[in-house]
Ligand binder design. Structure first.
Ligand code: NAD
Length: 258
């Protein structure tokens, strides 16, 4: 088993939203193969902005046996995602792991939230998970192996004032994850969600010091998390050590939602 796609070697992964923050840390963590020698032959990341960041990430990763591919595509668009994922499947000869990470925020209290703010966040955060999963699932079913990891959020579990669109999208991901886990378990495919707490990325850099101090008061570990904290859990879920885990939501939140 060790030398097959199902074993610990030569895995092929797609990561959405790979250029920054948590997605970037996931690409780097998987490429390093540091989780108990789970080695990747190819990692394709999808991003929708910042070509320089994509190039920079590809240049930054320097492990001889892993090829990093970048694809500019809007994960919220069904048509673009089908075309992009088909191109990736052709290039890589299939895919073993899908990490649905792309996400945005457009925060506002409901009274001030526009229909567009709501629709954009649902399309990028939730519909993208449907788009990408639908595009890879046939290939995973035919090889009877796959790992799908969806990046949700603690606010999908507990809600957050000013984030009704974002919380709904992240709670939706959890429902989608559990339904997919039930549909795909008999085909050798596991589907899990990771729910990060507040992690230091561009997404949270919009918060001011006062907001961060207030947030940290609810975190038993009294600090924000790092993108690498999330990436390491994703790497574990990609490994054979996680073979019997499906339909779960793993919070990486410094104890916030215990
Ligand atoms: N940072 C946090 O505190 C936090 C907490 C919980 C969950 N999350 C979730 O983790 C994920 C990553 O967040 P982050 O903090 O790294 O965000 P980020 O803003 O730093 O990065 C987001 C990434 O998503 C990509 N992206 C956005 N829209 C896209 C689209 N339509 N198509 C393709 N790619 C797109 C961007 O190019 C970027 O690479 C998101 O799903 C986010 O909701 C973040």
């Amino acid at each position: 088993m060790a030398e097959t796609q199902q074993g610990t070697h030569n895995k092929r992964a797609i990561v959405t939203g790979g250029t920054r923050g948590i997605g970037r840390a996931i690409v780097k963590e998987l490429a390093s193969g540091s989780y108990r020698g789970v080695l990747f032959s190819d990692i394709a990341f999808i991003y929708n902005s910042c070509d320089e960041c994509a190039e920079e990430l590809k240049n930054e990763i320097n492990f001889p046996n892993v090829k990093i591919h970048s694809f500019k595509s809007d994960a919220a668009s069904f048509e673009q995602t089908q075309a992009t994922v088909n191109e990736i499947l052709k290039k890589l000869g299939g895919v073993d792991i899908l990490i649905n990470n792309a996400g945005i925020t457009k925060d506002n209290l409901l009274l001030r939230m526009t229909e567009k703010d709501f629709d954009d966040v649902i399309a990028t955060n939730l519909k993208s998970v449907f788009n990408c999963t639908k595009a890879v699932v046939k290939s995973m079913v035919s090889q009877r192996y796959g790992r799908i990891i969806n990046i949700s959020s603690v606010v999908g579990l507990i809600g957050n004032a000013g984030q009704s669109n974002y919380s709904a999208s992240k709670a939706g991901i959890i429902g989608f994850t559990k339904s997919m886990a039930r549909e795909l378990a008999s085909r050798g495919i596991t589907v899990n969600a990771v729910a990060p707490g507040f992690i230091q990325t561009d997404m949270t850099s919009k918060l001011n010091e006062e907001q961060i101090n207030k947030l940290v008061q609810n975190v038993p570990m009294s600090r924000l998390g790092k993108p690498e904290d999330v990436a390491k859990v994703v790497a574990f879920l990609c490994s054979n050590d996680a073979d019997y885990i499906t339909g779960q939501v793993i919070a990486v939140d410094g104890g916030m939602t215990m």
